[in-house]
Design a binder for this molecule. Structure first.
Ligand code: URA
Length: 423
């Protein structure tokens, strides 16, 4: 095979033979195909797309570049959830223990945040002692004994994707739907889950802001999962407004614990319950009463066991910020808008996120909202509080929030949090 032939075929809109595509991914991973060639190929895919078969073969080739895990010996069904990322999206934290209540194993292999969207592992690392890295044996034992695991995805899963994603990041080719779909799904299929629910977000705080493109991504990933033998469904969910009242790390853990205690913000509860129902339906438990498991403490029991199993102390105090700054309503009225992207950027600038992969996050940093769109406020009432260790960061966070929220006279029209279910 010759990389130039494959690039030319995609450039000219011709189908790529299956063996040539498998060869390309393998040779790139081993270093026989140059970055320049793979970048040209990625750009040709961005411009000309890929057929459903090509996307499947691309994904299979990325899976074949690394290890493939199996939970077949576990003796219970496995189901995972993947979110394309958002602002205040802590849903994995209450969701994994909630689903595990019903005897289903949840291997939630997660990542860290980069840019304005937070990472699940960063949030959990605000719990004193908690450990993200588990060996495969530890992962397996915890799935058997506790039922839920949230841990770091090992570097052995889809190494081709790791290399290709870094290349796409610097060549303007991240946005190609076939490449996003094969990137996400190669990791999930290699992980070995029986079934998968995707939370594909649209709106200002989402990776895929446009709803039609988010829908296309969701359909592509559902088809890919199905073609690969992983039962997959997707929910298309609104990310124009931050989820819940907490944006950051420690404050998001606190909010998740409120949900596990039967309380918490309505939107976080709604999405947690909707995703839990989808996951349990795929795992053969469509009648599971998930709301009861939040009310009666069973989900909290699994959470505590899950945190303890990874050396975390579920009763330890979470880090609190050294400095805070509260912004109040200039006039009385109703909150008409809180735009997810600027709130995510503000939390990021306060230190809740990182600019480079090797940076550390500040676990106590972030933004606490006191009200949400639709809530009435009186002049002088707190709207949100910036949290940080360093007051000098507040100015840049406030600059990001300029024009990001509004007090008006008329309540905003209701928009559904879950827009569509894609199967
Ligand atoms: N997340 C991934 O894992 N891969 C992509 O290509 C985009 C988002």
């Amino acid at each position: 095979h010759d990389a130039v032939d494959v690039i030319r075929a995609k450039r000219d809109g011709k189908p790529i033979p299956e063996d040539a595509l498998r060869w390309l991914v393998d040779a790139y991973t081993r270093g026989y195909v140059m970055d320049a060639q793979m970048a040209a190929f990625a750009m040709a895919v961005l411009l000309n797309g890929m057929s459903r078969d090509e996307i499947r073969v691309m994904t299979e080739a990325m899976i074949a570049s690394g290890e493939r895990m199996s939970f077949a010996d576990l003796g219970k069904p496995t189901v995972d959830k993947h979110s394309t990322g958002g602002v205040g999206d802590k849903i994995t934290l209450p969701l994994a223990p909630l689903v595990a209540v019903f005897g289903v194993a949840v291997p939630q292999l997660s990542g860290r945040g980069l840019g304005h969207t937070g990472g699940t592992l960063d949030k959990l690392e605000s719990i004193p002692g908690w450990r993200a890295a588990l060996s495969n044996d530890e992962l397996f034992a915890q799935l058997r004994d506790v039922g839920a695991v949230i841990c770091a995805a090992g570097s052995g899963l889809a190494p081709a994707d790791k290399k290709l994603y870094a290349l796409r990041d610097v060549t303007g080719t991240v946005e190609a739907i076939p490449l996003i779909a094969s990137s996400i799904m190669s990791k999930k299929i290699a992980e070995g889950t029986d079934s998968l629910v995707l939370d594909v977000k649209f709106g200002s705080g989402a990776f895929m802001q446009d709803v039609d493109r988010a829908r296309e991504l969701a359909r592509t990933m559902v088809a890919l999962g199905t073609d690969s033998g992983v039962a997959t469904t997707a929910l298309l969910t609104d990310m124009n407004t931050p989820l819940g009242l907490a944006i950051g790390n420690a404050n998001e853990v606190r909010e998740s614990v409120e949900v596990l205690a039967g309380g918490g913000p309505a939107d976080v509860v709604e999405l947690t319950v909707a995703l839990a129902r989808e996951m349990l339906a795929l795992a053969g438990r469509p009648d599971a009463d998930v709301e009861a498991a939040l009310r009666d403490g069973r989900a909290m029991d699994v959470w505590r066991a899950m945190i303890s199993a990874q050396d975390g102390d579920p009763d330890a105090a979470l880090p609190t910020p050294r400095e805070t700054h509260t912004v109040t309503a200039p006039t009385s009225g109703v909150i008409t808008r809180m735009d997810a992207l600027p709130f995510g950027i503000a939390a990021w600038r306060l230190g809740a996120g990182r600019a480079r992969a090797e940076d550390a996050v500040i676990h106590a940093a972030g933004v606490d909202l006191h009200v949400k769109p639709g809530d009435e406020v009186a002049a002088g009432q707190p709207v949100f509080t910036l949290l940080g260790d360093d007051a000098s960061r507040f100015e840049r966070a406030l600059a990001a929030l300029e024009g990001a929220w509004e007090v008006g006279v008329e309540a905003p029209a209701h928009t559904p949090l879950v827009l569509e279910r894609i199967t």
